[in-house]
Design a protein around this ligand. Structure first.
Ligand SMILES: Nc1ncnc2c1ncn2[C@@H]1O[C@H](COP(=O)(O)OP(=O)(O)OP(=O)(O)O)[C@@H](O)[C@H]1O
Length: 730
């Protein structure tokens, strides 16, 4: 693209005409549905007094939420005898509750409670405590979620001495973590010493089960699958099947342990498996196959399901009418906006600008997560918002720009050196050789790149587009250290924008997120629920908005069928926020923003390369929507020239990037583990396809139909599939 003169087209074109009218669910913002109840206490539902006191002091958690009230007594086991609904023996449990309703404490508290309860048992002497190995494993789909759970676990286990016995409680319970990206050697050493409650991601956990001899799981009593539907889905199937097989073979329960046997009666007699997610339904049993034994299903949903909100017409089949629908927090405001591709980028900018301009004066600072479909797109938007607007004004092609800059630099240099250099004084340097010019150019570009790399290695940046707003990014291609640090930094930040892939969609408890922007719709409907669930947590307010292209408007039907409420916001009302005070003129400011973004791309080969890679990643991830959504998301429906505009490119790039990934500071070179698979790279199947497949399989596995990796695609034709040619009449 460089060097070619490019046509700068307007982003505003005549009205796109009438849109099909889709019936959506209008639900007024309701009372918080995932907040703690004021009618119950933790001791009332059977938890140890010391543990409750400690939790109140450390986590400021005083009253249980609905799911905690329902599930904790069951998980505390039959010996506690709290409530009438506790089964007589420990059974497997499926827990389903809205995002941000405290599911982590729901399963952690009973496990810790049962461990500290048993510590007085003479059967569990100090020696056996040490040698007993891993008693609980908690599996999660992402490393950040594993770290978050470990943090909560460590906090809960830092209990002071008991007020009754004077002894320090829970000190013998050792928590630990095994995740991809961390050093295996140090994990091995910790496992050798003994980790009683282990949090991990499937790939690394399997690695240790296969290769770390000292990893003792013989006494395992709890296996928790957090975000279970995701773990039982595509991408994790091989690891999960292998893990369960190994655990089943190695866990020999009480028979192998003489001193710490089950006479205490406090721990489950055999392994208890707990599945947990906001998007689980009873049919997950079918996915989990033989790994669950007669599980009981505990849901936080009200008995009258939210199906009553769903227009009858949206429930297509009798089967669907009886299927549990997903639910989102009642206090969450959910909007959508239909935006033409050319206007996407300026609309996103307007939305962010207005959120930060208006709210910054309010009592609470805004904190926003923008979900994108690929790592490259995250990098592009992060870089763009961090650096655009700082460049010199430019209406030229890249080569013209460099040429002009060279002249300018020379003049500046000439001015500066005028007194010192006779050559400059005589103007001899102006007719410098081309070789010399190229050398200066190269040196300048190298310096620019070195600078850019330096800033990119930072965890957050501030740009000119959203002044004073720290910008973050999170995706699976970042180096692990940077991923972890960014996650913790964004948690701590009082305000900011996080550009992220679905790596941030599940389970992350990012404090005080006020806005969610789904700039690219998710490739799995369940992820819609998880993405919006990063806000409106634990009874707090929150707002989410979904961007749709005019050709994607039927996606609203899918949301409606799932009982997900949505209200339209017009694109004009968003762009209008760019207009100067007391004016309705928004087209010029929007055009200026678009132009400044395009100039930024033109200003260096590196920014251009990032934009082009993001463009192609977008197109490729578009191809990964499941077949049931192909009538909505099909590449044939995309106007590539307009999509290019949304990446601040003046034309759609004609070439597809080479398989070798560009090197960007902080980005991990090559090598993906299972848990790094970005959602965008996986072709998902429809519910029906999965069910059909599962019926024919006894096991946990779901086979990946077609893994479209970021670079697995050769050309545009291969993305849109085979085209049948008509035979020519001879
Ligand atoms: N009863 C409670 N009272 C106050 N705060 C709570 C309570 N239970 C949990 N929390 C806090 O609420 C936040 C959300 O909890 P958690 O991350 O477990 O939600 P979740 O249901 O697992 O969400 P997701 O489905 O998104 O994973 C955490 O910060 C947690 O400490």
């Amino acid at each position: 693209m460089h060097g070619k003169s490019q046509v700068q087209s307007s982003i505003f074109s005549p009205d796109i005409g009438d849109m099909p009218k889709i019936k959506t669910i209008h639900r007024p913002v309701g009372k918080p549905s995932n907040a703690p109840l004021n009618t119950s206490t933790f001791t009332g539902i059977g938890l140890d007094k010391d543990l409750v006191k400690h939790m109140e002091a450390k986590l400021k958690v005083t009253q249980p939420t609905i799911i905690q009230q329902k599930a904790i007594p069951v998980l505390l086991g039959p010996t506690r005898k709290v409530g009438d609904n506790v089964p007589k023996t420990d059974t497997d449990v499926i827990i389903q509750a809205e995002t941000g309703s405290g599911k982590t404490l729901t399963y952690l508290l009973p496990i810790i409670n049962r461990l500290i309860e048993s510590e007085a048992s003479p059967m569990l002497d100090l020696e056996s405590k040490r040698s007993i190995g891993t008693l609980a494993i908690i599996m999660t789909p992402t490393r950040e979620l594993a770290k978050q759970i470990l943090q909560v676990l460590e906090t809960l286990l830092s209990m002071p001495a008991s007020s009754i016995t004077g002894k320090k409680r829970s000190h013998w319970i050792v928590p630990g973590i095994v995740i991809g990206g961390d050093k295996k050697k140090s994990e091995k050493a910790r496992l050798r010493k003994g980790v009683n409650i282990l949090v991990g991601t499937p790939g690394r956990l399997l690695d240790h089960l296969q290769n770390t001899k000292s990893f003792n799981v013989q006494s395992l009593r709890w296996l928790v699958l957090d975000e279970a539907d995701r773990l039982l889905e595509l991408g994790f199937e091989e690891s999960m099947t292998a893990i369960l097989k190994i655990l089943d073979a190695r866990v020999k329960f009480a028979a192998s342990i003489t001193s710490a046997n089950d006479t205490t009666g406090i721990w489950p007699k055999k392994r208890q498996t707990v599945l947990c997610s906001a998007t689980l339904s009873e049919d997950v049993q079918r996915l989990a196959g033989t790994s669950l034994i007669e599980p009981i299903y505990i849901s936080a949903q009200k008995d009258a399901s939210n199906k009553k909100d769903i227009p009858e017409a949206a429930l297509a089949t009798a089967e669907e009418k009886h299927t549990e629908k997903f639910s989102t927090p009642e206090q969450l405001k959910q909007n959508y906006v239909i935006v033409q591709a050319k206007l996407r980028l300026v609309t996103l900018t307007a939305l962010l600008k207005s959120a930060f301009a208006n709210k910054i004066k309010g009592p609470k600072l805004p904190k926003t997560v923008v979900f994108l479909s690929s790592c490259d797109s995250v990098d592009f938007h992060y870089e763009l918002f961090a650096h655009a607007g700082k460049e010199t004004k430019l209406e030229l092609s890249h080569d013209e720009y460099l040429g002009q800059r060279f002249e300018k630099d020379e003049e500046e240099q000439g001015d500066n050196d005028h007194e010192r250099s006779p050559e400059f004084a005589s103007g001899a340097n102006r007719i410098d050789s081309k070789a010399n010019r190229d050398e200066i150019h190269k040196a300048k570009r190298d310096a620019e790149r070195a600078n850019a790399k330096k800033t990119r290695a930072q965890l957050s940046l501030k740009g000119a587009v959203l002044p004073d707003v720290p910008l973050f990014r999170l995706h699976g291609n970042l180096a692990q250290g940077m991923r972890t640090d960014t996650y913790f930094e964004f948690c701590k930040a009082p305000s900011g924008v996080l550009f992220a892939t679905d790596v941030a969609a599940r389970g992350l408890d990012l404090p005080d997120v006020s806005h969610i922007i789904q700039y690219d719709p998710p490739s799995d409907l369940k992820d819609y629920v998880h993405r919006v669930g990063r806000t409106a947590r634990l009874g707090r307010d929150g707002e989410a908005i979904l961007f749709l292209l005019p050709s994607e408007v039927k996606y609203l039907e899918l949301l409606t069928a799932q009982g997900l409420p949505n209200q339209e916001v017009s694109v004009t009302s968003i762009l209008m926020t760019l207009a100067p005070p007391k004016s309705n003129e928004y087209q010029q400011p929007a055009t200026d923003i678009q132009n400044s973004f395009e100039r930024y791309n033109l200003h260096s080969p590196e920014s251009m390369a990032i934009a082009r890679a993001a463009f192609w990643a977008f197109v490729k991830s578009y191809a990964t929507h499941p077949s049931s959504e192909k009538h909505i998301f099909h590449i044939k429906n995309l106007h590539l020239g307009h999509i290019a505009k949304s990446f601040a490119l003046r034309e759609a790039p004609s070439d597809i990037p080479q398989p070798k990934k560009k090197k960007v500071a902080g980005v991990r070179p090559g090598g993906k583990n299972v848990e790094d698979i970005d959602e965008s790279h996986v072709v998902r199947k429809s519910q029906k396809e999965r069910e059909k497949e599962e019926r024919s399989k006894p096991k946990i596995v779901l086979k990946r139909k077609n893994d479209v990796s970021e670079f697995a695609v050769g050309d545009f034709k291969s993305l849109i599939g085979p085209v049948t040619k008509r035979k020519k009449n001879k």
